[in-house]
Design a protein around this ligand. Structure first.
Ligand SMILES: [Zn+2]
Length: 254
């Protein structure tokens, strides 16, 4: 990532937006804070998604406040028959909710599974329609990727997501207004066990449990069987350490 694409190192601490400080990316954060107010569950997303000529569109959320034991559990790239089902089973067992960033095309292929995720009380979110590197696409193509995924989830599941995670975390600040026009907050992550590289169940669990603090957004993928294998130990370990894993909206909006 570079040349205008948000890199993790470019993020700066936003301070006390929303009851204790979200970490937002982008520039003009002092102005963002001043105009933002405190978002509440049920508020218009406008209270979270900020704009202004010097802010350049949506902020990119890296993590929530640190003064909490809440963490967001997020699963990307599904729904995947055979893996998503097993993750759902584990979440049910531990009575934990999570946010699933779904690829629109996969929702079209496995609508029943997407509905199951929703019916189990989890949060569905947008991970584009075909999983391209959005940061390298034209504005029209980015708009189409976001819109097609929103439409697929709404058509097959009946909800319209509030959060976008750009594949590979690739999104330009100049593309922020495109997400905003779909009423999507842009979310990156703060804990990455790199489960997509299939490092083994123990490594996935250790990376999550060793690297998580309150307010973190944990990135996993309901695409690989190792992730489904690692999920019970990972969630049990988080609970043992006193964390309250939940959806992204649980973390951000309380
Ligand atoms: Zn992905």
């Amino acid at each position: 990532m570079g040349g205008g694409v948000i890199s993790r190192g470019a993020f700066i601490r936003a301070g006390a937006l929303a009851a204790g400080g979200l970490l937002l990316g982008g520039r003009g954060l002092a102005r963002a804070q001043a105009g933002a107010g405190v978002p509440q569950r049920g508020d218009s997303l406008d209270s979270l998604v900020l704009d202004g000529s010097d802010i350049v569109g949506s902020p990119f959320l890296m993590r929530g406040a640190r003064n909490t034991k809440r963490v967001a559990l997020t699963f990307d790239d599904g729904p995947s028959p055979g893996v998503t089902n097993r993750v759902l089973e584990t979440l049910r067992k531990y009575k934990v909710r999570a946010t699933f960033f779904m690829i629109g095309q996969r929702v079209v292929e496995s609508p029943g599974l997407a509905k199951e995720v929703q019916a189990a009380g989890h949060e569905l979110a947008n991970h584009s329609f075909t999983h391209p590197t959005l940061g390298s696409l034209s504005a029209d193509r980015v708009a189409s990727e976001l819109h097609l995924c929103q439409d697929a989830i709404e058509k097959h599941v009946g909800v319209r997501p509030s959060w976008l995670r750009p594949p590979y975390g690739s999104f330009k600040t100049s593309q922020g207004p495109i997400a905003r026009s779909e009423r999507l907050g842009v979310v990156i992550w703060s804990v990455d066990p790199r489960d997509w590289a299939r490092p083994g169940v123990a490594a996935i669990q250790q990376r999550v449990l060793g690297g998580t603090a309150g307010g973190d957004i944990i990135l996993c993928h309901d695409l690989h069987s190792q992730t489904a294998d690692a999920a019970p130990g990972m969630i049990e370990g988080l609970l043992e350490r006193g964390f309250q894993p939940g959806t992204l909206s649980d973390l951000v909006l309380g």
